[in-house]
Design a protein around this ligand. Structure first.
Ligand SMILES: Cc1cc2nc3c(=O)[nH]c(=O)nc-3n(C[C@H](O)[C@H](O)[C@H](O)COP(=O)(O)O)c2cc1C
Length: 207
């Protein structure tokens, strides 16, 4: 090999090393496949209130994950006073729509209630565990939904007693909230509120 060829080989080699270094730097830190499981913080960050749903029904395997997450929620004294209604029939969805404008076309609407006769009353007698326990159940389900690619929106814009009557629930049952669930519709996107959170210093105090 004459010296010019040697120099050319060296030059190409260096260029390759440089090029591969640059490429490595530009790679994202973590490249996950599209169907990789989301971390808890991914789920918390990416969940948003979905207000446009596809009419395709939630797959049974996804619904089962969501309901199981609710079942495993902690409750005061382990009373498990919650109940979850899976509303999918056109008749029941129409009843819900007659009392609340916020189903947003979701093909399934979960209704979370608690049995007011089976709650733990805290010392002082001012509060009981009912709404708190049912809220934890609902939160588990909302986040589990996101983990399997199902969107949701927490809904409280209705009269809970009217909803209880419309759904023929017992007088002992209190309706906590509705959770419309489904796959994102064409126009689904987080609204401005989703990106507006107070700085942590305003909501957390170390004492
Ligand atoms: C207790 C509660 C009640 C809510 N009620 C409604 C409702 O009735 N209708 C609605 O469209 N969104 C409702 N939301 C959604 C909130 O508006 C939403 O969570 C908030 O603006 C933050 O946006 P993000 O969920 O997209 O992050 C409710 C949320 C919570 C936690």
């Amino acid at each position: 090999m004459n010296s010019i060829v040697k120099k050319l080989v060296l030059l190409c080699g260096s260029a390759c090393v440089l090029f591969s270094c640059n490429t490595a730097e530009k790679q994202p830190v973590e490249q996950k496949p599209a169907d990789a499981p989301m971390s808890y913080m991914d789920i918390v960050r990416e969940r948003y209130s979905c207000r446009s749903f596809d009419s395709v029904q939630v797959k049974r395997e996804h619904l089962d994950v969501i309901l199981e997450a609710g079942r495993l929620a902690p409750t005061a004294k382990n009373l498990q006073e919650q109940h979850v209604y899976v509303c999918q029939s056109p008749e029941v969805l129409a009843k819900i729509d007659s009392l609340c404008p916020c189903r947003y076309g979701a093909p399934t609407c979960l209704v979370v209630t608690w049995d007011a006769t089976n709650v733990f009353t805290y010392p002082g007698g001012k509060y009981d565990s009912g709404a708190e326990d049912a809220t934890i159940v609902a939160t588990h389900m909302m986040l589990a939904a996101k983990s399997v690619g199902v969107e949701s929106c927490w809904i409280n814009f209705f009269d809970p007693d009217a909803m209880r009557n419309a759904l023929n629930l017992s007088k002992n049952e209190k309706v906590l909230m509705l959770l419309p669930i489904g796959y994102a519709g064409k126009n689904a996107a987080p609204n401005q509120n989703h990106f507006s959170r107070k700085p942590i210093e305003e909501t957390v105090t170390y004492k």
